[in-house]
Design a protein around this ligand. Structure first.
Ligand SMILES: NCC(=O)N[C@@H](Cc1c[nH]cn1)C(=O)O
Ligand code: ZN
Ligand code: ZN
Length: 506
């Protein structure tokens, strides 16, 4: 079912506030003066709107919170209506495919909308995701994760979703608000595509993009995604590559119910003991993936590619600062970056069904699910990787000679992506970054994944750029996720300038 809402309310004009930007091209400078002044003027409103958004615990990976994900989609619809977007549609994607607890679980809707449809203007699609990773105060957060905490001293905003990706998503809407209130015409037609399943594999979105390629997305000239981060804490970057991700679940089950370890310990085959053996056979403590055939799929490093790592502003200290530790497996910045960007990695995420609370419960869990993922890189084939992983787990388990049952399955996957950073969109974003931050951005790849990036590029036959807002130490997916207020504000100014430079480009 598709809900369509059309709204055309306009804001009253407010007094203009300008500041001089000497390096902007002559015709754009007055517009940037007005826009940047307006962004500064609306600062507290922009912080408040982020506060309202992060209060909705839109955790896509938690089935019980699916109504909250849907609530956040409706929150966005209200914001889009408030800002005068048109053709607002909630696209429903149907039932979530297995593995899933509730076979009738509905996927959260994709929020589509337009701002302007002038055939003389270029059309830019901005993508963001409104779902978030799970977060609990007891994980080690200093403040409630679903309540925005503004730290005046550190000038940052802490909450789940602050940087990934609620803050950057709202920044696009704020940019439209700034244009409206500064009475500066938006130089491009804007289309929004906001999804609620990014943190869970973007299920259903690829099909929607393919379906809408010749319809809602017909006129899209370029796609811009603000869902990644600077490498460090000081220098802005533009990103032209991502790793992919294949996420797996290995289930070991045996006894019909959890057992008392005093009564049954030593007499039954314990699922968790088997699972630990299987998981520990996947990767060693140096990060080497131990699955036969994986290393052979990785594209060899060329001299040309190696040179790209030479001038990136990144140090071991940046990594240590971001992790709050000295646990790096590599000392040279180049090795760190290569293992983040161009080599695969395998991470163990957790065990569902195992005892993990406080105290000393003496249980033998009856059924446990080990969760792990592999970040994929050129030229790894996702399906071939699945077979290697599943065969490996089956082989290791068989060797244990256990009477338990072990199955490994893919939960979701998303492709890696790499593009040429010389499109007009990258040039416009580089100019905008230089204007706002006064430095040329570094061109980077990213170790994380945004599964839908490749689908946009292929289905819409357009260039895609990643224009990050937050910093490398924002703690995305971690405890105490934050977004520096300066990044939020300068991020909006960069987005605004990017729209104007992109509109002017050939
Ligand atoms: N900001 C992008 C991001 O965090 N992407 C996720 C995507 C994902 C895939 N499976 C679970 N999450 C990432 O982990 O890279
Ligand atoms: Zn994200
Ligand atoms: Zn994320």
């Amino acid at each position: 079912m598709v809900i369509s809402i059309i709204h055309s309310a306009r804001f009253a004009a407010k007094p203009l506030l300008g500041r001089s930007i000497m390096s902007a091209s002559a015709s754009l400078q007055p517009k940037f003066d007005k826009l940047f002044g307006k962004v500064d003027e609306l600062k507290s409103q922009f912080i408040d709107i982020l506060g309202s958004a992060v209060e909705i615990p839109a955790v896509s990976g938690d089935e019980s919170l699916r109504p909250m994900v849907v609530k956040k989609a409706h929150f966005l619809v209200e914001q889009l209506q408030r800002l005068g977007f048109s053709d607002i549609q909630l696209k429903h994607l149907g039932t979530q495919p297995p593995p899933v607890e509730d076979p009738n679980l509905q996927l959260p809707p994709v929020v589509l909308s337009r701002y302007g449809s002038d055939p003389k203007k270029k059309t830019l699609l901005v993508y963001g995701h409104y779902d978030v990773q799970p977060a609990k105060l007891s994980d080690g957060w200093e403040t409630e994760p679903f309540k925005l905490h503004v730290d005046e001293k550190k000038q940052l905003m802490r909450a789940r979703g602050a940087t990934d990706d609620t803050g950057p998503l709202l920044a696009w809407l704020n940019v439209v608000q700034a244009h409206r209130e500064a009475e500066v015409e938006l130089p491009v037609n804007l289309i929004t595509c906001f999804e609620g399943m990014e943190e869970s594999g973007s299920l259903g979105l690829e099909e929607l993009i393919a379906e809408e390629a010749g319809k809602y997305f017909k006129d899209v000239d370029a796609v811009c995604i603000s869902d990644n981060y600077w490498l460090g804490t000081k220098k802005p970057v533009l990103t032209y590559g991502l790793r992919g991700v294949n996420y797996y679940k290995t289930t070991v089950e045996g006894p019909a119910a959890d057992l008392h370890s005093g009564i049954f310990g030593g007499t039954v085959a314990e699922p968790l003991i088997d699972l630990v053996q299987v998981l520990s056979s996947l990767v060693d403590s140096k990060g080497n993936i131990l699955i036969d055939g994986v290393a052979e799929m990785v594209a060899p490093l060329t001299e040309k590619e190696e040179k790209l790592y030479d001038n990136i502003d990144f140090s071991l200290d940046d990594l240590n600062e971001a992790t709050g530790s000295k646990t790096s497996l590599y000392q040279k910045p180049k090795d760190i970056l290569m293992h983040r960007w161009r080599y695969p990695s395998l991470s163990l995420h957790g065990v569902e069904g195992a005892f993990s609370g406080a105290g000393a419960k003496t249980v033998i869990p009856a059924k446990v699910n080990g969760k792990f993922s592999i970040r994929t890189v050129p030229d790894m084939d996702s399906k071939k990787l699945d077979k290697l992983v599943i065969d490996h787990c089956d082989k290791v388990f068989k060797k244990l000679g256990s009477p338990n049952k072990c199955t490994t399955e893919l939960i979701h996957d998303g492709a890696y992506w790499i593009t040429d950073p010389h499109s007009p969109s990258f040039t416009a974003a580089a100019k905008a970054t230089k204007l706002v931050y006064g430095v040329d951005p570094d061109f980077t790849r990213e170790g994380g994944s945004i599964p839908i990036t490749v689908s946009f590029q292929q289905c819409l036959n357009t260039s895609v750029i990643l224009l990050p807002v937050g910093r490398g130490d924002d703690g995305a997916h971690s405890t105490n996720e934050k977004l520096d207020i300066s990044n939020y504000m300068n991020g909006m100014k960069t987005m605004a300038a990017y729209l104007h430079y992109y509109a002017e480009s050939g």
